[in-house]
Design a protein around this ligand. Sequence first.
Ligand code: DQA
Length: 150
Amino acid sequence: MAKILLLHGPNLNLLGTREPQHYGQITLAEINQRAADIAVAAGHELTARQTNAEHELLEIVQSAVADGVAYIVINPAAYTHTSVALRDALIASDIPFVEVHISNIYSREGFRHHSYFSDIAQGVICGLGAKGYEFAVQFALAQLEREAGG
Ligand code: DQA
């Protein structure tokens, strides 16, 4: 059984009511439940965390190493475009990750077009709505299976 960490950055606690034209109606609790169901059905464990605080994201990523997390699915939200610190934490952790964005950041304001994570992520899913998280977890599971020699 492998541990997957689903990590959400700032303002994603507001999903359901926040800018539905970009993020839809789904809540974070529903996203987390769907992701956990997919992981559990494959015999793995998924823990979801959300915080608005950059330093807490760093601490969660740092703790993930000690916790034995094998894979991270992360939506860094607005920190995508600003956080060298979170980038460095992910590099230091050496845990493979997929970057997810609910909206298509490339069809939005120019400042959203740059990500501090895309070049170090195994992959990026963006613009597929909340489904993107499900695809990311499925990809993580496939990677874990591959590593386990399955
Ligand atoms: C987001 C896109 C970011 O630009 C934005 O700051 C978010 C959410 C997305 O999921 O589409 O908070 O990461």
